[in-house]
Every structure is written in structure tokens, then in C-alpha cells.
Design a protein around this ligand. Sequence first.
Ligand SMILES: Nc1nc2c(ncn2[C@@H]2O[C@H](COP(=O)(O)OP(=O)(O)OP(=O)(O)O)[C@@H](O)[C@H]2O)c(=O)[nH]1
Ligand SMILES: [Mg+2]
Length: 371
Amino acid sequence: MNTTKLIIAGGFLGAGKTTLLLEAARRLAEQGLRTGLITNDQAPELVDSKWLSLNNIPVEEVSGSCFCCNFDGFTDAIRKIRAGEAADVIIAEPVGSCTDLSATIMQPLKRFWNRDLQIAPLTVLADPVRLGPILAGGNAGLHPDAAYIYRKQLEESDIILINKADLQDEEEIARLKRHTAEAYPFATLHAVSAMTGAGIDAWLQEVTTRRDAGKRLVEMDYDIYASGEAVLGWLNGTLRLSGRGAGNCDRDWDAFTRDLLAALAARFDAGNLTVGHVKAITENGSRFVTGNLTGSAESLRLRGSAGCSPEAKLTLNARVETSPGNLDRIVRDTLNRLCPDAPDAPVCEVLAWRYLQPGRPQPTHRFSETV
Ligand SMILES: Nc1nc2c(ncn2[C@@H]2O[C@H](COP(=O)(O)OP(=O)(O)OP(=O)(O)O)[C@@H](O)[C@H]2O)c(=O)[nH]1
Ligand SMILES: [Mg+2]
């Protein structure tokens, strides 16, 4: 079997990793390259995997823990993609609250997989809304231990992508680039938009040609790292939605998705609970709408359309700085209000539901020297 190029694209929750994976896979397909993707989460029922699959990109999922704590699960996913489609390129997205990837993923891959894989430099995405305050020494509204994870991700990177450049003016991007280069002089920098595709070709050119990967190992305090993950409540749920007596259109699932995320945002904002990322996908056959909250209510964005139909399926993934129990209460209560027991109201039937606090990261491998 030929060598496969493996690109790992990390970065904090909501930075735009999955959007980048899709855009990169599309661009690589235009070059005649077959691309497989790997998603990762603390629990199954992932919005990211559904969204990528619905966009017809082969995707494997590693759920239950970060790649670093389930290295064999990660390499099994690589094997599956290579066996199925003989992928030319694999792009993997670790959990957004995961760090220490150079020591726990990049070095072991270089040691054990260097004949099958060409491992690309470690890419880390950053959302300007959080990057600016972090560079200024603040915590970007995050718990200090979660902000520690954000900083460590940047510290161990080979390449930093300042994403969502389409939302900033040129001056702000130039300022962010300057400050990022001062703070992390070892990393190559690109300002990109995973959404519009701006800057993505230059990044792809770099990751598909450069041979040095995982050049940096950083000191990591696992107590702070574990605490930074544990401040986030995690909830993954899937629901069957049905309309009830709503007339010809039955239910407008785009409006439902928007109402759900707007109501959740209002609850989180009122309780001063920092949102890592809350995302939802509502599927109506092959039609789908995604909704994302990457901060307070004004960060709410919808993409696509699920249209109207009598039935749909909704998957919700929420990562919010609160206890899992409180997150569960808020989400259930919000759904109950949107789906009351009334003749014209939609019906929400839970198909799968988990809420949890990520456990202490215990990597399968951890190298203390670069390979
Ligand atoms: N304007 C703009 N929005 C973007 C860009 N990239 C991502 N987004 C939006 O940012 C939100 C989060 O994007 P995702 O790709 O899901 O982020 P992620 O890093 O995969 O998030 P997690 O998997 O939860 O860590 C979505 O609303 C995206 O549409 C971009 O370049 N520009
Ligand atoms: Mg993602």
C-alpha cells in the first residue's frame, strides 16, 4: 500500500477544525486526491461526523476519549480508511480540549508508523475572538485552566492557522499575526478562512510538502490540564422530532434548530456560563441544517437548510463550563419548553442521551524526546 499523508488539525473548541476538514477535503478532491477524515470526541453521537458524512466525505470516528488516550483506536481508524478507500490523505481532528499532542500522538506516530504514513506538521487553529485576549495575557472568558489548554495547544504547534479571517478587518489580522509571531516564533503562520477557503491552498501546500512534524515538546502540568477539561460539562444527545398538526409544512426544522440554540444561548448567558461550543445538526433525509454557538448569543450561526417535513432527527453536542448535571437540566428544560405536551407543538423523543465530565487524560504513549 502507498504512503498516506496524515494531517492533524487541532485547536480549541469551536476554532473551525471541522469546517477546515471539509474545505480541505474538497480542495484535495479537485486535485484528484482521495481524502478520509477522522473525528474525535469524549462520547459517541457526533455532530461533526454526521455533518461530514452528509457532505459525502468518508469519515471514521474515535469516541470515548481523546486520540492520545486511545492511540490504538486512532491507528485503527487510520487502518480502516486506508483499507477502504486507500486514502491519499487523512485529516484528523482531535477533541478541542485536547493538548500534548506532540508528545502523545506525533512522536509515537513518527516512531511506529513512519513507513505507512507521511506525517505532516502539527497544525493548530485559533479563533481570533479568543486568540486576541489570550495573546494579551487574559483567559478569553474561559476558566484559567481551560485557557492553559488553549495556550499549550499553541505552544506545541508547528503551524498556527488564525482562522475566521473573513470576520476581521485587515488591520486586526495584521496585528494578530504580529503578536502571534512574537509569542510563538517557531510556528509558521497563516491567516485563513475555512469558511470561504481563503488561504487554505497555501496551508495545504505547506502540510502536504513539509517533512518535519512534531518539532516541539512542551512541559505539561497534567493536574491543570485535567482540571481545564473537567470544568467543561459535556452533553451529546440525539432526538427524533415530529411535527403535530402544523399544517402543510408540518415543521420548519431550520426555525426549530435556531429556536433551540437561541434559547440555550439565553440560558447560558443568563447564568454566566462560558460556552466552549454548542452545535446541532437537524437531518431531514438528505437535507440538513447545522447550528453553532461558539460563545454568547450573538455567536449563533446556522448553515444549510433541512426544510419542512413531518419528521426529522436532531443531534446536539454541548460543551459548556458548568457541571454535566446542570448542563443536562438546562438542555432538557429548554427542549421541554420547545416541545410542550400541547396539540400543535412538536414532539421531541430522546433516542440517545449522555452527559459527562471528561476524565483525567491518561495517554497511551508519552514521549519525553522528539523522534
Ligand atoms: N465566519 C467564519 N466562521 C467559521 C469559519 N470556520 C468555522 N466557522 C464557524 O465556526 C463555528 C465552529 O466551527 P467548527 O468547524 O464546527 O469548529 P470545530 O473547531 O470543529 O469545533 P469543535 O469540534 O467543537 O471543537 C461554526 O459556526 C462554523 O461555521 C471561518 O473561517 N469563518
Ligand atoms: Mg469539530
